[in-house]
Design a protein around this ligand. Structure first.
Ligand SMILES: [Zn+2]
Ligand SMILES: [Zn+2]
Length: 347
């Protein structure tokens, strides 16, 4: 076994603290890479607090992981020592179900292995995430990362990036479309960048007028304060797509009213409590309310390559790992521009 250092929550009641644990030996198809940076996702906080479902403890969060390859198994073809590498939300899947066969490992019918707070494909070994100094992953679930981009700012692409890229590609959002990005946080700011890169007219919908300047800097063409009834009325029936990144409770019916006929409201943010949605928000105008979860491995690589080609990274604040708990407090208040990334050299 390979000894590694990390930060773990020992239970939902405790803060993250240093924890030493072990990774498996590098198998014939495994890649080991030393973690240089790990992004801080809102879901890290939800999972260590058991907000969504009972977690597996001790829990080492982190699924926006980048670093440098230090060992490869005998049969590894895609990586060599010294390469940059990344891993997102998945470290394995069954590979044989109909979704896995279509490069949709995130929807694996037999249960994909989440990077942390999950189980390996033996369905008993817990997975530990990127708040640690090294990781061992099957090469099929390791991504190539371009040397051209700022590595720390690449990390959030592995979750926030692919979560917004995948639905925009799936629904073919681009030139001629009016896209609204609802919420300007870690996901939303990537949604704006991709929407602009794909050629759509992008409007940010936010409760906070203070975010207008940032939205425009990120490339958004328009900004709507959703607390202002006049501004909301002005965009009734206006958008082809809404990319909804908000994980706090909100009224879907109001936003469905902003869609054109045949418009699509795409949920990527996940409020913890169910919402009331009137069928009358959907029926007149043949509207769709849909969801999307991260992306498959091939698409994640496509996204990273697209970002390298178009010089797209996340806007980040680099933090020391000892500041993780105060950073969570700031994240909960939406006080981060736009993703915290842990400098793992501080571990
Ligand atoms: Zn995430
Ligand atoms: Zn599968």
């Amino acid at each position: 076994m390979i000894p590694v250092k990390g930060y773990a929550a020992q239970s939902p009641e405790t803060d993250l603290a240093p924890w030493d644990f072990e990774r498996r030996e590098v198998g014939p198809h495994d890649v080991q890479f030393d973690i240089q940076y790990c992004g801080v996702c809102h879901s890290d906080l939800h999972q260590i607090k058991n907000d969504w479902f009972p977690g597996i403890f001790p829990m080492v969060p982190g699924h926006e992981i980048v670093g440098k390859v230090v060992a490869v198994g005998d049969h590894v073809k895609k990586f060599k020592v010294g390469d940059l590498a990344g891993t997102g939300c998945l470290v394995d899947s069954c590979r044989v179900c109909e979704n896995c066969k279509q490069d949709l490992e995130q929807y694996c019918l037999n249960g994909a292995s989440q990077t942390y707070n999950g189980l390996e494909q033996d369905h008993k070994t817990p997975t530990y995430g990127g708040y640690s100094n090294s990781i061992v992953v099957h090469e099929d679930f390791v991504l190539h990362v371009s040397e051209k981009l700022d590595l720390a700012a690449v990390a959030p692409l592995l979750c926030a990036g692919i979560t917004t890229y995948s639905p925009l590609r799936h629904w073919k959002v681009g030139k001629g479309h009016k896209l609204a990005v609802l919420g300007l946080g870690g996901l939303g700011h990537m949604g704006v960048k991709f929407g602009v890169a794909f050629g759509a007219e992008v409007t940010v919908l936010s409760t906070s007028p203070k975010k207008e300047e940032d939205a425009k800097k990120l490339g958004a063409h328009k900004f709507v304060v959703t607390k202002d009834p006049e501004q909301v009325a002005a965009v009734a029936g206006y958008f082809d797509f809404i990319l909804d990144t908000v994980s706090a409770e909100h009224d879907y019916n109001m936003y469905l009213g902003m869609l054109k006929t045949d418009g699509t409201h795409i949920c990527v943010g996940a409020p913890a409590t169910p919402s009331a949605i009137s069928a009358f928000s959907l029926i007149p105008g043949r509207k769709s309310l849909v969801g999307s979860m991260i992306g498959g491995i091939a698409e994640t690589q496509e996204m990273l390559d697209f970002c390298a080609e178009h010089d797209i990274v996340s806007d980040i604040e680099l933090i020391d790992i000892k500041d993780i708990t105060p950073s969570y407090e700031r994240m909960e208040k939406g006080d981060v521009r736009y993703r915290f990334v842990i400098d793992m050299a501080t571990l």
